[in-house]
Ligand binder design. Structure first.
Ligand SMILES: NC(=O)c1ccc[n+]([C@@H]2O[C@H](COP(=O)([O-])OP(=O)(O)OC[C@H]3O[C@@H](n4cnc5c(N)ncnc54)[C@H](OP(=O)(O)O)[C@@H]3O)[C@@H](O)[C@H]2O)c1
Length: 277
């Protein structure tokens, strides 16, 4: 038996939405030993269906949830939030399944309304590095979710990176603002470093390479140095009165990066609250 426990050909996992995030998850599950016969994917997009058939031979792909004649053990909801209303009636009939949603802003209360208050629902927020198995996903469960079902969700989402749980759903807005939207902040940091490199005279191609490799290399170093706080790594490369310190004096000034980052995260959190339903 794999870490995916109850999921099997007789009680399959149904993945609703085989887009970017759905197909990244599917690749992770199959790589970790989930049998292709134990998965059914529903996606109306013929291009997505063709891509999935190639990516995951043996996995059944249907164009609509209504087309399945199966009794799922788990239903993974990976459609855009605005598509969720359209999916609910067809999945609500599988009331004894575990529902795992990765849709931004769709609350546990929304699912209780749509699926019935007895449905076991986990709401998760992954992020885009999941596409290469390096994601960070945070989950919250409703009261109907049993311990074994939590472990199953940890295994399913762990197939594309790290998994953490929170008890209070209201923290999901902060999670969205930090790890959900966060990769874009880092991409923008690369853009800014590249623009600054160009502005101080480096040729465009070299400026782009230096910015990209510096952020990627620093990220890898942080990951390889689990026991060292990022602040320690920073101090290690900052000689008194040296070049790094000169730049950090600007970045760490009273109106420098820290308050800017805080404003950015607060703005994302407010928007996450507004978009939640
Ligand atoms: N990508 C990320 O980094 C990220 C991060 C955190 C959370 N999420 C969440 O993950 C979810 C999926 O995002 P994504 O980036 O993977 O989106 P995506 O690439 O657009 O994938 C969604 C897929 O679902 C399909 N779909 C639409 N309606 C459907 C239906 N009724 N039944 C079955 N399938 C249907 C879409 O087909 P069509 O193209 O034909 O509409 C598309 O192939 C979203 O709710 C998003 O909030 C994504």
């Amino acid at each position: 038996m794999t870490e995916f426990g109850v999921i099997g050909a007789d009680r399959p996992l149904v993945l609703v939405g085989g887009g970017r995030m759905g197909s990244a998850l599917l690749s992770g599950w199959l790589a970790r030993g989930l049998a292709s016969q134990a998965v059914v994917v529903a996606d109306p997009d013929p291009e997505a269906a063709a891509r999935l058939a190639e990516q995951a031979p043996g996995v059944r792909v249907v164009s609509a949830v209504d087309d399945m004649v199966v009794r799922p053990s788990v239903v993974v909801l990976a459609v855009k939030p605005q598509m969720m209303d359209g999916v609910m009636p067809a999945v609500a009939v599988h009331s004894d399944a575990l529902f795992l949603s990765i849709a931004a802003g769709k609350t546990l209360a929304y699912f209780a309304q749509a699926l019935g208050k007895d449905a076991a629902v986990v709401r998760a927020m992954p992020n885009t590095p999941a596409a290469i198995g390096r994601g960070m996903t945070v989950c919250v469960a409703n009261a109907q979710v049993a311990d074994g079902q939590r472990r199953l969700c940890t295994a399913l989402l762990g197939a594309v990176g790290e998994v953490a749980w929170v008890d209070a759903e209201k923290l999901m807005d902060a999670v969205t603002a930090v790890s959900g939207s966060g990769p874009a902040y880092v991409f923008y940091l690369i853009e800014c470093l590249e623009a600054a490199a160009h502005a101080v005279g480096l040729p465009a191609e070299l400026a782009a390479t230096l910015a990209r490799r510096t952020v990627a290399g620093a990220g890898a170093l942080v990951e390889a140095s689990e026991d060292e706080a990022p602040a320690t790594l920073r101090r290690n490369v900052t000689s008194p009165n040296g070049t790094t310190e000169a730049a950090l004096n600007v970045l760490m000034a009273e109106n420098g990066l820290a308050p800017l980052m805080r404003h950015a995260v607060e703005a994302a959190m407010r928007r996450s609250r507004e978009l939640s339903s």
